[in-house]
Ligand binder design. Structure first.
Ligand code: SDX
Length: 429
């Protein structure tokens, strides 16, 4: 098949640029030689039109509201699979056989404990620290404890680091939570599945037995599954860029955690639930919608809008079903926050402003309602997102490190500062 090309003419320059054809999605004009041949840059702050890499892991069709992991639609994975099987799929590219899944789950289960000396790191934080601050510090500190899996040039060390990150993130997140509420840490158990282990490490206390509610562990597993990976979002791009310098995987995942914390990204689930509580009752919804539309007001409807989805976020659709199920089973189907959420969603979707700007509920709109109903404080919402997204960060990291074309990321700029000028001595200023 003849290679497709794009012609760029600028002044007396005419360049023929190669065009790459994806499996699905828009064609990609390759500008890697643009500066060397044309001595010009492109300008795309926020990367709204720029493919930063080639990937085979996740694909989003923002117009149709579709999300595929290695080709499998998220709604099918949420209904039929479970988080560790999705982790295997993201990491290795195919759904596992029964033996492969058993081996993978065993490897993860047997890496859930953290180095005992890391306990002392938690004691250095104030009790009122945000759990994300603690996670950021502790995950970065893993570079100081797991030296036998920091050499990224060694495929075996990359594999060990991957399993360790996926296995230890729930333990670290649960410990961050326990530390902030002044309760003792709870060790993971090897006879529990991933989601049940996390719930038990968060909610059990030494004074009594703790039985994990299978409905809640299923809902927790579904939340983990829905947040696992999402193409080149801000935190994944942060992990890729940090990793491109050759930094060790623990430090790079800590960079991803830092980026995810922002309210425009993974911090939106906490901000969304706090917004729903501030609204309080359905009669105050018009006031907040008016504020979201007011350009002079920085307020935005948290949990609405997305850089890529210009249709429903398919994860929000699944999450909404889960919210109904969990609240119904917990006997809190009349949860006032859920009522406000449903009426806010209806009011926003009926408002021309949101329809024109294609602002729909995203993954963060309903997740907080479920997490709150399960007993988590809002400060634990983003740590839970980070636990889930670790497999996405790691999968994308492994893909990039193994790519022979990988080079250090080093964007250029549109410089509009001062041209060269001479230093002025202070007595002459
Ligand atoms: C996640 O990238 C990913 O994949 C992220 C994620 C993942 O899984 O990794 O999906 C997870 O981060 C989901 C998004 C969570 N964030 C929020 O819910 C915060 C609220 N949403 C907005 O901050 C915003 O919608 C973003 C950040 C999500 C997207 O911003 P964009 O694509 O940069 O869009 P924009 O800021 O350029 O807004 C376009 C227009 C603007 O109006 P105009 O200047 O054109 O007049 O839409 C308006 C914005 O003012 N707008 C909103 C709005 N979001 C955008 N107006 C009111 N409320 C909002 N929520």
């Amino acid at each position: 098949m003849t290679e497709k090309t794009a012609k760029l003419t600028y002044g007396d320059m005419e360049l023929e640029l190669p065009v790459h054809t994806p499996t699905v999605g828009p064609d990609v004009i390759d500008i890697t030689k643009l500066y060397s041949q044309g001595k010009v840059f492109t300008y795309d702050p926020g990367f709204t039109s720029t493919a930063a890499c080639e990937s085979t892991i996740t694909y989003i069709d923002g117009g149709k509201g579709e999300l595929l992991h290695r080709g499998y639609p998220i709604d099918q994975l949420a209904a039929k699979s479970h988080y560790l099987e999705v982790c295997y799929l993201l990491l290795y590219g195919e759904l596992p056989s029964a033996d492969q899944l058993e081996d993978f789950e065993s490897r993860v289960t047997n890496h859930t404990m953290i180095h005992e000396q890391m306990m002392f790191l938690f004691r250095g934080f104030r009790r009122d620290a945000h759990p994300m601050a603690i996670m950021n510090g502790v995950v970065g500190a893993m570079s100081a404890f797991y030296h036998d899996s920091t050499d990224i040039s060694d495929p075996w060390q990359r594999e060990v680091a991957s399993i360790r990150m996926i296995a230890k993130m729930p333990t670290i997140a649960a410990m961050a939570y326990k530390f902030t509420i002044g309760q003792p840490f709870v060790y993971p158990r090897n006879d529990l599945d991933y989601a049940s282990n996390f719930l038990r490490m968060c909610f059990s206390v030494p004074c009594e037995d703790y039985q994990v509610d299978p409905i809640l562990s299923r809902a927790m597993d579904r939340i983990f599954t829905l947040h696992a990976d999402h193409e080149q979002n801000a935190s994944t791009s942060t992990v890729r860029l940090a990793s491109s310098s050759g930094a060790n995987p623990f430090a790079c995942i800590a960079a991803g955690i830092a980026c995810l914390w922002g309210p425009a990204h993974g911090g939106a689930n906490q901000a969304c639930l706090e917004m729903l509580k501030e609204i309080g009752t359905p009669d105050r919804i018009p006031e907040f919608i008016a504020r979201a539309k007011d350009k002079s007001d920085p307020f935005r409807l948290m949990g609405f809008g997305h850089r890529v989805y210009k249709n429903f976020d398919p994860r929000a659709t699944v999450m909404k079903q889960s919210a109904d199920e969990v609240l119904d089973l917990l006997g809190v189907e009349n949860n006032p926050t859920l009522q406000v959420a449903k009426e806010l969603e209806a009011a926003a979707l009926a408002d021309p402003y949101f329809a024109e700007k294609k602002l729909f509920p995203n993954v963060d709109f309903y997740s907080g309602i479920i997490l709150e109903a399960m007993g988590f404080p809002t400060s634990m919402f983003t740590p839970i997102f980070a636990v889930s997204r670790t497999v996405g960060w790691i999968s994308q990291w492994k893909e990039m490190i193994a790519d022979p074309a990988m080079k250090i990321g080093r964007p250029r700029q549109l410089y509009t500062g001062e041209s060269q000028r001479d230093y002025v001595d202070i007595e002459n200023r």
